[in-house]
Design a binder for this molecule. Structure first.
Ligand SMILES: Nc1ncnc2c1ncn2[C@@H]1O[C@H](COP(=O)(O)OP(=O)(O)OP(=O)(O)O)[C@@H](O)[C@H]1O
Ligand SMILES: [Mg+2]
Length: 248
């Protein structure tokens, strides 16, 4: 199962949400940092200490001469015991169009016994990652709850549905609200986007810092609001991918 997470504008917390959800995934999972504006995970969660040859760029080169399993074995890195395995992202803006996303997605989709959550960064028509989004079984639009965020998300939502060829209401393109009620509620946001509501993640600065800044988790990290929210989202996504109704 291949899941794409994407934002419309600003930095609502796609990377944080993708890592938190992957850390709560009930099956084997790979976090693919596919942000076309350059991957953040190496510097954030990884604290800048990452094996230099571990990442997407080297995996893409490997795939010319070897299979996906071997490429992933060489290039995936698990930066901490609480973190999921990560295929770190591209170094800078402009590299994304040179990646054969469709082939990569097909190969990831064929992996047996493991799912992939792809952090696709901010949606942009010409960023080069669209073929990866099109190949996803489920796409999640991550959005904050302020007016500007909701306004932009409501404009991007129909474009995403069009990319995936799904009707309004289809759970394959859904919305995840980070920090609801500031001021709009999750259901208001879903209605504005005409997307099913996958769910919400609470604002939880301390736990978010674990994923975005590489801060060491506190002892109760797993029971924190963010991690518990991520656990619920993971269960819904697994349900959505297996044909269940994952909508809230
Ligand atoms: N649920 C949350 N609660 C509190 N802070 C959060 C939450 N999610 C993310 N943040 C914070 O917001 C900032 C941006 O998060 P993140 O890097 O995940 O966003 P993003 O959407 O991936 O941004 P970009 O488009 O720059 O990649 C970080 O400082 C992160 O700690
Ligand atoms: Mg990000």
């Amino acid at each position: 199962m291949l899941i794409g997470m994407v934002s419309a504008k600003g930095s609502p917390g796609v990377t944080t949400a993708a890592l938190a959800v992957a850390s709560q995934w009930p099956r084997r999972v790979l976090l693919l940092d596919a942000d076309p504006f350059g991957g953040d995970i190496r510097a954030g969660l990884g604290g800048g200490e990452w094996p230099s040859a571990a990442g997407l760029a080297d995996a893409v080169v490997d795939l010319r001469s070897t299979g996906m399993d071997e490429a992933l074995r060489r290039r995936v890195h698990r930066p901490a015991p609480h973190a999921p395995p990560v295929l770190a992202g591209l170094g800078c803006v402009g590299q994304a169009p040179s990646v054969a996303w469709t082939q990569l997605a097909t190969a990831l989709g064929r992996m047996t016994g493991a799912d992939t959550i792809a952090d696709c960064g901010r949606y942009a028509v010409l960023d080069g990652v669209i073929p990866l989004l099109r190949a996803c079984e489920v796409v999640v639009l991550v959005v904050g709850s302020g007016l500007r965020a909701v306004r932009t998300a409501s404009r991007v939502a129909p474009l995403l549905r069009e990319e995936l060829g799904v009707e309004a209401g289809d759970i394959r393109v859904s919305v995840l609200v980070v920090g609801p009620d500031e001021p709009y509620s999750s259901s208001e946001i879903a209605a504005a986007c005409e997307l099913p509501l996958l769910g919400e993640l609470p604002r939880d600065r301390r736990s978010a810092d674990v994923w975005s800044e590489g801060v060491q988790p506190a002892r109760a990290f797993d029971r924190s609001p963010l991690q518990r929210g991520a656990h619920r989202i993971a269960a819904k996504l697994v349900g959505a991918g297996t044909g269940g109704n994952g909508a809230a």
